[in-house]
Design a protein around this ligand. Structure first.
Ligand code: NAP
Length: 321
């Protein structure tokens, strides 16, 4: 009997078609009722799962008998209870590297958009408000040659630093759990404590992974250290930031602006952020280009079939369980 694969979110249609040729495929469909109920029922005899954007933990995986791999179409893996997967000896695979540059592009898009008020001035122009030459209310912040502080100098953080250094002649500061001397040398980046980085940067970009140490890394106190003209960008995960503290800082014009791709609760609905014109809100699209999503889907497919064909996948989060 062919192996069973659960597709737990919408995935690339070519990859799904290929999976359907090789395996018995079950697609979890939110239109057919409670998603967790469907997962609990289907996972009993499943060999593999593929998808992104769903919480997978003991509550919906406990019935799994022979699940070998969860292949996530993402680099971040905070949706999965890795400790529980280790206990059950289930591999977790992810898709690093292929989305690094695209996500760094998006970080810079947010940085520039927030600094130069791009979305609000686009609306302003289209609403016919441009009746004479612009005034101070339309002025933004200079970017070229300014100080860019990056929190989390991992793959994406380094790609953001490269853009700032080579493209915008920026002075790069970084904060990371440990110093990254070799990477930092490429852009003459200087290591700073979190507090010093927040105080000294004109632009702060968060690019850490979400883990127990980075949860609410940026709260009221940290935001209070930023300069009044500073711009804050988060492309990492919403829970790295105390969202209410950020809303307060933006409402009180304690900082100039923010550019956000991620939120404490997604999809973002009815948020006070919607009422603020000094924040640019995007719907978690860091890696969302056609080319990059294709590469991520192919990598996740490869991880999955490697596991099912008794090879060790290249990109395992928990290779040793
Ligand atoms: P990565 O290479 O693992 O980089 C993460 C970096 O953050 C590492 O250098 C890590 O330090 C550092 N870090 C973790 N916790 C920290 C803390 N508490 N304080 C200081 N530094 C800390 O991962 P990546 O590929 O760059 O991706 C980073 C994250 O971006 C992903 O995990 C994901 O959540 C997010 N992301 C978002 C999107 C989007 O659509 N918006 C797309 C892709 C990724 P160490 O060197 O000590 O490990």
């Amino acid at each position: 009997m062919s192996k069973k694969v659960i597709v737990f979110s919408q995935i690339d249609s070519d990859v799904q078609a290929r999976l359907e040729q090789q395996y018995q495929v079950v697609v979890i469909n939110p239109k057919q009722g409670d998603v967790n109920e469907q997962i609990r029922k289907e996972v009993v005899d499943a060999d593999a799962m593929i998808g992104a954007g769903r919480l997978l933990n003991e509550s919906n995986l406990a019935t799994a008998q022979k699940l070998k791999i969860i292949s996530s179409v993402s680099v971040g893996y905070d949706n999965y209870d890795v400790q529980y997967l280790n206990q059950k000896r289930i591999w977790l695979a992810n898709t690093p590297h292929v989305l690094t540059e695209t996500t760094a592009d998006l970080a810079f898009t947010l940085l520039v958009s927030a600094a130069r008020k791009v979305p609000s001035l686009d609306q302003w122009t289209k609403q016919g408000e441009w009746k004479r030459t612009v005034g101070t209310a339309q002025f933004g912040q200079d970017i070229f040659g300014k100080t860019l502080g990056i929190i989390g100098l991992g793959h994406i953080g380094a790609a953001i630093a490269r853009r700032g250094f080579h493209g915008f002649n920026m002075n790069i500061l970084y904060h990371n759990r440990r110093e990254k001397i070799e990477v930092a040398q490429q852009f003459n980046a200087q290591y700073r404590s979190l507090e010093d980085l927040l105080q000294q940067s004109d632009f702060v970009v968060v690019a850490v992974d979400l883990n127990s140490e980075s949860k609410t890394l940026i709260g009221k106190h940290e935001l209070s250290l930023m300069q009044k003209h500073a711009v804050f960008v988060n492309i990492a995960r919403g829970s790295v930031v105390d969202e209410q503290a950020l809303i307060d800082a933006l409402s009180n014009q304690q900082i100039f602006a923010a550019g956000l791709d991620v939120y404490q609760k997604e999809p973002l609905q009815d948020s006070p952020l919607f009422k603020l014109d000094n924040v640019v809100t995007l719907p978690h699209i860091g890696s969302a280009t056609a080319e990059t999503r294709k590469k991520m889907a192919e990598l996740a497919y490869q991880n999955l079939i490697d596991a099912l064909e008794d090879r060790t996948p290249h990109y395992l989060v928990n290779p040793q369980f």
